[in-house]
Design a protein around this ligand. Sequence first.
Ligand SMILES: *[C@@H]1O[C@H](CO)[C@@H](O)[C@H](O)[C@H]1NC(C)=O
Ligand SMILES: *[C@@H]1O[C@H](CO)[C@@H](O)[C@H](O)[C@H]1NC(C)=O
Ligand SMILES: *[C@@H]1O[C@H](CO)[C@@H](O)[C@H](O)[C@H]1NC(C)=O
Ligand SMILES: *[C@@H]1O[C@H](CO)[C@@H](O)[C@H](O)[C@H]1NC(C)=O
Ligand SMILES: *[C@@H]1O[C@H](CO)[C@@H](O)[C@H](O)[C@H]1NC(C)=O
Length: 363
Amino acid sequence: MPSIHQRQQLQQQHQQHQQHLLSDSYPISPRSSPNWGRSISVFGRTGLFVLLTLVVVLGVVLPGMRAPDGLFGGSKVSVSKWREYTLEEAVPFAAKNGTLIVCAVSQPYLPFLNNWLISISRQNHQDKVLVIAEDYATLYAVNGRWPGHAVLVPPAPDAQVAHKFGSQGFFNFTSRRPRHLLYILELGYNVMYNDVDMVWLADPFPYLQGDHDVYFTDDMTAVKPLNHSHDLPSPGKKGRTYICSCMIFMRPTDGAKLVMEEWIEELQAQPWSNAKKSNDQPAFNWALNRTAAQVDLYLLPQVAFPTGGLYFKNQTWVQETKGLHVIIHNNYITGFEKKIKRFHDFGLWLVDDYALESLLGRI
Ligand SMILES: *[C@@H]1O[C@H](CO)[C@@H](O)[C@H](O)[C@H]1NC(C)=O
Ligand SMILES: *[C@@H]1O[C@H](CO)[C@@H](O)[C@H](O)[C@H]1NC(C)=O
Ligand SMILES: *[C@@H]1O[C@H](CO)[C@@H](O)[C@H](O)[C@H]1NC(C)=O
Ligand SMILES: *[C@@H]1O[C@H](CO)[C@@H](O)[C@H](O)[C@H]1NC(C)=O
Ligand SMILES: *[C@@H]1O[C@H](CO)[C@@H](O)[C@H](O)[C@H]1NC(C)=O
């Protein structure tokens, strides 16, 4: 058995190799290359087949480059297949009725992914979930158990630096989200994005009323009246709103695409700095601020989609509003173990007792 360290090294080498092979083969931003749709179809099935074959052959001839067996629970051939699986293929496969639910996950978050998936299965929406894997281990772990429901958009960020909240690695990792979401909108699908430190207690879809472009939730902890407005709230102390980038639903409209484009631009205009240690949320809020006049925005009800800063900290409110909560977000806390413990304490850590309800099983 290779040690964990050796396995991580292998995995890294493997990813670097993949990055080298695949860099520039996939335009991350559709805007930077207006003809991306056409060039992919010109490339076509034959090209894809040749490439697939090449990768399989390479994998057989140069076993040193292969991922360690057993780690990903898939055969070599299927492992090669998922490496080449694109968002353009994965989205129509996973979407149901024109709608897709996506999350973005790296390997350490697999238990949270499983927890979230169990809660979605209980609402019978698991079939339309697509996991955007942020590393190859996650890609193989999910597709090995649930084929076709994970995709990796290369290059994979460096696993060692991508996890720490507030770090540049974390910023780089989350900065990719608006690009993925824009791409899905360009393909013509409704898309719901969720962070995986969430749990569904009820079906959110009935709350996506009307024909608005973008639906989102407030991250402010102050209790609002049940009949609060669905408009973008007024800016807070820092001159901007505190809308959560953790749960977003969009229709494939020009308005929603514009918000994603502005979000990408904001992230580029205000990159991560050691002084600010920002994440992707402020940029999302500035994007909403800048597009509010042209785009039909919809603030979801606080009682159904409370921030973790309210749900986990005000038991009076939780009791008063019992039965009205839809999605719970385990935020306003940092640290892996702390998040798990809090879910546990509130009866929302489902993976220990209900793993069989997940399509991934025990992971
Ligand atoms: C399919 O989508 C339409 C419009 O988005 C919706 O009205 C309908 O209820 C959906 N059907 C199912 C089976 O989910
Ligand atoms: C984050 O991205 C920037 C710009 O692309 C790059 O210079 C930097 O090395 C990346 N940092 C980490 C920790 O990933
Ligand atoms: C909410 O209800 C209160 C009391 O019935 C009313 O005064 C207020 O205008 C309502 N607010 C909105 C946004 O409808
Ligand atoms: C956008 O932000 C500016 C600066 O904080 C603020 O004055 C303005 O009211 C905001 N616009 C909207 C639509 O929220
Ligand atoms: C907690 O919730 C109660 C009931 O909704 C509310 O009156 C109170 O202001 C909240 N406390 C804080 C600290 O927000």
